[in-house]
Design a protein around this ligand. Structure first.
Ligand code: G3H
Length: 254
């Protein structure tokens, strides 16, 4: 019955939280693997948690991707956060405008009635162009804001797939995978232990900022990403995880 299901889910949450050693785990019942539309419920659960901890004056950094796109769409509040600033955690990449961090930021900010800043710079650039562009006042201003992140909300990627989505040359993709990268988050490729195995010339949130944010909220759905999430929790234990029930069970199996 329903009461039993709820008890079961909260027991599972606690088991996963304990295994990962992180702050909090929130689960949505069901399986994303067999029902991909569950991503909307997972995103909604993430959005509700986010609103519950958001303070007016916070700087909020958000990544791109389809999960975060759903997150921004599902935010619903009547409050106006006039002192909040939303920024992209990364520069832009690829062709898909809809799931770019800039677009996710604009949607989120509109929902919150907050300020926002965009990062009009490709995520990967040659060293020289990167140096020049990051000194442009507008870009520098956004990067300085990102360094002040209070809340980071991010999606988890599978290393090889993200390297391809970022249109890295095939040699680079192979190198990343050969070096043992399994996961990707905000432009960092990390191995099972959470060690960064590949430092690309990217722009956005620094690892040190990530380790010191007040709240970091990881949102993912799908058992394929379970090992990448586990690896991620080796970088920062101050994390809240939002996922689906089956992915949570997979985390316990690994
Ligand atoms: O950075 C990209 C995300 O971490 C993963 O993207 O939500 O589309 O799977 P996704």
């Amino acid at each position: 019955d329903m009461m039993n299901d709820i008890m079961g889910l909260s027991t599972l949450q606690e088991k996963v939280r304990e295994k990962l050693g992180i702050k909090k785990v929130l689960l949505v019942p069901g399986s994303y693997d067999s029902n991909p539309s569950l991503i909307k419920d997972v995103a909604k659960c993430g959005a509700e948690y986010f609103l519950s901890i958001l303070k007016d004056e916070d700087v909020v950094s958000i990544t791109g991707g389809s999960t975060m796109f759903e997150f921004s769409n599902t935010i619903k509040t009547d409050k106006k956060y006039e002192n909040v600033t939303v920024v992209p955690a990364r520069g832009s990449m690829g062709k898909d405008v809809e799931i770019q961090s800039n677009n996710v930021v604009a949607t989120t900010s509109k929902k919150l009635n907050s300020h926002y800043k965009l990062l009009h710079i490709p995520d990967e650039l040659g060293e020289e162009s990167m140096k020049t562009l990051t000194q442009e006042p507008q870009i520098k201003n956004t990067l300085d804001m990102i360094a002040k992140t209070d809340i980071l909300v991010f999606g988890i990627g599978i290393a090889g797939e993200m390297a391809i989505r970022r249109k890295l040359p095939i040699e680079k993709v192979e190198e990343i995978v050969e070096k043992g990268a399994i996961g990707e988050a905000f432009g960092h490729y990390f191995n099972e232990k959470g060690e960064i195995v590949c430092k690309l010339n990217t722009v956005g949130i620094h690892l040190e900022t990530f380790k010191n944010v007040r709240e970091s909220i990881a949102i993912f759905a799908g058992t394929r990403k379970a090992d990448a999430l586990i690896a991620m929790t080796n970088i920062n234990k101050n994390m809240v995880l939002i996922t689906d029930e089956e992915s949570a069970n997979r985390i316990l199996e690994l």
